[in-house]
Structures are given as structure tokens and as C-alpha cells.
Design a protein around this ligand. Structure first.
Ligand code: NAD
Length: 336
């Protein structure tokens, strides 16, 4: 097996705990890898770096093209611009892909959930263009470009085709944001009509879409949406299948890809050794598929599915009492 060079960003809060666990699992499966461990987030400042997204971290991802990342903390209402937003914009990681499915042994209100959220990752309200027009009046600009809307639509339809998915649903609010969400819809419709008539296409106004999601999530297949909607709907969907501890993700661009869980740095449980590392392990599995290590990916997937199905070594968010490391050890035992 060729040796891979992968950038590892432990991040903040529970990040170092869950990425360490994921790294152990990936190595136990036999991944031949040289990790290039680099900081980002508040922890980068604590380590004396010049800013929250050091140039050498960006340069390493650009050079090696693949990173596994822990969550980073972003101050609310003040402070530095989100590291995640900077990373996605600077490296042009335009597609966030988040598979959401029921897991063996994890009882939820729903069965048969198996969908993928494809979120536009570079513009919308995340463009960070905010102004104080006059004292007491501020604006945040929602940006939509034909280029980015077309790019994410084409990505979603190509993904759906390759993964043998059947139907793409776009969530939007084009009844109110007629220009920005209107453009998003126009581009999605055009790509479907001209390039991917094989995939069924539907549109739902996002408020009604959210109701339909909690009524019967098993009806959905691939969901496509702009940046903010994708952020909100990802956490909503995580709640349908067991919470943030079980939903992985990837940020894909043409030149690089960063794999990370949907969850944040969970300051409420950081340092306690109780965070669920599964979402980062699953993100690692997505990364293995991306670097064409499909056999290793399958091995790890079978191992964590078996641990979940047995139900003896679950972390607290899933109703168990295992620690982060105990869960990772149980997965490693199944791999052996
Ligand atoms: P969060 O996802 O960190 O936590 C929400 C809740 O889910 C908390 O109760 C937390 O304990 C729980 N949780 C999250 N991950 C878990 C896991 N692996 N195992 C068990 N429980 C888990 O969201 P938040 O509290 O709103 O945000 C905290 C910080 O994370 C903020 O600074 C936010 O900006 C940042 N954030 C970062 C990312 C990222 O780096 N990709 C994503 C989302 C939020």
C-alpha cells in the first residue's frame, strides 16, 4: 500500500480527544500514513501562532490535498472570523457532503433514514460582508453567484449519479429571497435538465421541508441547499439519527478535501474523555474512500457497526457509559 501523507488538525475543545481516537482506529485498520499534525483554531493562538489559521496549516493542506480535522471554536458575536469559513473559502472547498443514516443498534424515532446533505460551502450569508449602515442598523449580505450555484448543483447531481441515488430535493426560500435563492434554483434546474435527467428533481420551501423532514425523513434521498440552510438542516438531521456524535462530513474542492464531523468543539464536555469519536471516525472512513482505500474503509465501517449493534460500549450521548477511548478500543478490537 502506498504511504499517504495526511494533514491532521486536532482543533479545539473535544477535537484533540476525538481526532486522536480516530487516528488510532485508522492506523489499527492498517492505513499506511504519515500524519502532518498542525494547529488551527483557538488552540493555534495558545500555541503562539500568528493567527487562528496559520499559513503553514493552509500550505500543508494545499500541498498534501487531504486533511482530517477536529472542530474549532468560534467566538459568538465578536472576535475572529470563523476558521472553518476561512478554510473553506481559501481552499475553495465548495461542497460540504454529510451523509445521515440510521445506525445499527441506535434506536431513534425513525427508521430507514439514509440521506445525504450537499451544502454550498463558500458563499450565501457566510460571505462575511456585514456593515453598519447607520448607528443601530446593520446588514449582512447574502451572496449568490451563478458560478458557485452551478458548481454545487453539478457536484450534487454527479454525486447522486455515482452513488446510485435517485432524487435530489432542493430546500430554498425563493418566495422571499427571489434573487439569491431564485438563482440557486435556476442553476439546479438547468443542470438537471441539461446534464442529469437520470436524477429526479424536486424543490421544497425550506420551512415546509423541515416539517416534512421530521415527519418522514426516510422519504428523502439527496438534499441540496445553500450555505446557511445546509448548516441548520445538518444538525436537524443529526438529531433524527442519534445526534451530533454520529454524523460525519467532508468539505470537497477540486484541489483539496478536508474531512470533519458536523459537530463543534463541545466545550461543555471537553477534556472529560466522554465525547463520542464516532463522527470523526466516520469522517475518516469518508476520507479513506476519497483516497481510494476502500477496503480499509469497509473494514472500519463493519467494525463500528458491530460495536454499535452489540450496544455494550456506547458513549453517553448514545445512552452508554463508555469513554472516548473505550469506544475507540472496542472498534479496534473488532478490526483485529
Ligand atoms: P457543538 O456541536 O459543539 O455541541 C452541541 C451539543 O452536542 C453539545 O451539548 C455537545 O456536548 C454535544 N456534542 C457535540 N459533539 C459531540 C460528540 N462528539 N459527542 C458527544 N456529544 C457531542 O455545538 P455548539 O456548542 O453550538 O458549538 C461549540 C463551538 O463549536 C462553537 O464555538 C462553534 O462555533 C463551534 N463549531 C465548530 C464546528 C467545526 O469546527 N466544524 C462546527 C460546529 C460548531
Amino acid at each position: 500500500m502506498a504511504k499517504h501523507t495526511i494533514v491532521l488538525i486536532p482543533g479545539d475543545g473535544i477535537g484533540p480527544e476525538v481526532t486522536r481516537a480516530a487516528r488510532r482506529v485508522l492506523e489499527a485498520a492498517g492505513l499506511s500514513v504519515e500524519w502532518v499534525e498542525l494547529p488551527a483554531g483557538a488552540s493555534a493562538l495558545e500555541q503562539g501562532c500568528e493567527n487562528v489559521l496559520p499559513q503553514r496549516t493552509l500550505a500543508a493542506i494545499t500541498a498534501h490535498k487531504v486533511a482530517l480535522k477536529g472542530p474549532v471554536t468560534t467566538p459568538v458575536g465578536k472576535g475572529f472570523k470563523s476558521v472553518n469559513v476561512q478554510l473553506r473559502q481559501k481552499l475553495n472547498l465548495y461542497a460540504a457532503v454529510r451523509p445521515v443514516r440510521n445506525l445499527p443498534g441506535i434506536k431513534t424515532r425513525y427508521e430507514g433514514v439514509d440521506m445525504v446533505i450537499v451544502r454550498e460551502n463558500t458563499e450565501g450569508l457566510y460571505s462575511g460582508i456585514e456593515n453598519e449602515v447607520v448607528p443601530g442598523v446593520v446588514t449582512s449580505l447574502k451572496v449568490a453567484s451563478r458560478m458557485a450555484c452551478t458548481r454545487i448543483a453539478r457536484y450534487a447531481f454527479r454525486y447522486a449519479t455515482r452513488r446510485h441515488r435517485k432524487i435530489i430535493t432542493v430546500f430554498h426560500k425563493a418566495n422571499i429571497m427571489k434573487l439569491s435563492d431564485g438563482l440557486f434554483l435556476e442553476c439546479a434546474r438547468k443542470i438537471q435538465e441539461e446534464e442529469y435527467p437520470n436524477i429526479e428533481y424536486q424543490e421544497l420551501i425550506i420551512d415546509a421541508g423541515c416539517m416534512r423532514l421530521v415527519q418522514d425523513p426516510a422519504k428523502f434521498d439527496v438534499l441540496l441547499m445553500e450555505n446557511l440552510y445546509g448548516d441548520l438542516v445538518s444538525d436537524l438531521c443529526a438529531g433524527l439519527v442519534g445526534g451530533l456524535g454520529v454524523v460525519p462530513g467532508s468539505n470537497i474542492g477540486d484541489d483539496a478535501a478536508v474531512f470533519e464531523a458536523v459537530h463543534g468543539s463541545a466545550p461543555d464536555i471537553a477534556g472529560k474523555g466522554i465525547a463520542n469519536p464516532l463522527a470523526v471516525i466516520m469522517s475518516g472512513v469518508m476520507m479513506l474512500n476519497h483516497i481510494h482505500e476502500e477496503a480499509l474503509a469497509e473494514k472500519i465501517k463493519h467494525a463500528y457497526d458491530a460495536v454499535l449493534a452489540e450496544g455494550k460500549k456506547l458513549t453517553r450521548d448514545l445512552g452508554g457509559s463508555a469513554s472516548t477511548d473505550e469506544f475507540a478500543d472496542a472498534v479496534i478490537d473488532k478490526i483485529k
